[in-house]
Structure formats: C-alpha cells, structure tokens
Design a binder for this molecule. Sequence first.
Ligand SMILES: Cc1cc2nc3c(=O)[nH]c(=O)nc-3n(C[C@H](O)[C@H](O)[C@H](O)COP(=O)(O)O)c2cc1C
Length: 203
Amino acid sequence: MKILQVDSGLFTGQSVSRELTQKIVARVQAENSNAEVIHRDVIANPVAHLDAEILMASGVAGNEQTDRQRTEVALTEALLEEVFAADMIVIGAPMYNFSVPSQLKAWVDRIAQAGRTFRYTENGPEGLLTGKKAIIASARGGIYSEGAAAAMEHQESYLKTVLGFIGITDVTIIRAEGVNLGEEARAQAVGKATDEINALNAA
Ligand SMILES: Cc1cc2nc3c(=O)[nH]c(=O)nc-3n(C[C@H](O)[C@H](O)[C@H](O)COP(=O)(O)O)c2cc1C
C-alpha cells in the first residue's frame, strides 16, 4: 500500500493540519504494516505557480524546451507519478483566507491535467484517478461547518470538487475547526479530530 502525504501548513512546529496528517498516516500505517509513505511538503519544497512557459512546455519537443521548462516538466511528472502510485492521498489543508494555501493550489494545478488525470468525453469530463482514497486533514481558525460563515468556506469544498473531478470520490474529512477561538476550543477541536482518526477504518 502506498500513501502520499501532502502538507501545506506554513508553520512546521505548531501546525494543526500537520499534526493531523501525521496522526492519520500513523494510524493507517498501524493497520497496514507494509504501507509506504511518500511525503510531499509544498512549503519546504514549493511548487512554482503555473505560468505560460510551464503550461506550454508539454507542446514543445524536449530538445527545444528551455532549461526551466525541462526542470518544471520533470517536477510535474514527478508529482503526477506520486499521485498515480498512491492508493491513498492524505492532504493537510489549512484554511487560509477562506481557501487552501496557494502552495497547495499550485500542487493541484500541476496534477489536474487533461489526458492524464481527467479527460473530456461526449458525456462531459471524466476523472481518471479511480480506485483511490483521500483523507483531508482540515484546520480552521473559525467555524464554517454551520452558521453564518458556512457560505465563506472554499477550502474543503474546493478540494472535494477538484479531487472528484480527477476521479477521487472516496474522500474523508478530518476537521479541527475553531482552533483560534482560545486554548480550550483548540484543544477540544484537535481532540475531536484525533478521536475521529482513531476511529478511522484504515485497513
Ligand atoms: C495566512 C492565514 C490566513 C488565515 N485565514 C483564515 C480564514 O480565512 N478563516 C479561518 O477561520 N482561519 C484562518 N486562519 C487560521 C488558520 O485556519 C488556523 O490557524 C489553522 O490552524 C491553520 O492550519 P495550520 O495550523 O496547519 O497552519 C488563517 C491563518 C493564516 C496564517
């Protein structure tokens, strides 16, 4: 079994999403002794945002590509390879400004590719990454699961949409929200998320 762990929390020491991805991966490993983990940390090793030079590289013959295009194509292929190989993708997703960190979006922009992870058919787009599971470790300062702020939530909903678009529809959300509403609220939110991780059917 192969697990791809993607982390995007800015702070390494005190990141809630990183704490949760670590616990999720440990839990899955405990149930699957042969599980292999690939760690893609998009903060430690940022993926450049898509620009025209990167986007157009695939239409240019290898020997005519710029050095930068060659480097970036190799990175895109490595990112795709990690996703293709994974049985499970564990994504650490903090809410930053109502959505995901731009570093995580940059990773998504490399792996969401027509002809590779989805394709257009007569019946509309079709995801190609079938048979995989995803677990999203969601961390939020405020509360968005209910109440007035629910309509401002573009983090979990965005990730679920794009994962579904590329064929990953088996998505579990582990959520710690309200972590910036005081020490007690934070401890409670992380405790509840940890209970959910311990109860995961991770086999
Ligand atoms: C740049 C930045 C933007 C943030 N934006 C929001 C936000 O829009 N809504 C919210 O509820 N919390 C927001 N927060 C709080 C984070 O969601 C919260 O600290 C959470 O723990 C982040 O996950 P992390 O600990 O893995 O970084 C923001 C934090 C930062 C650093």
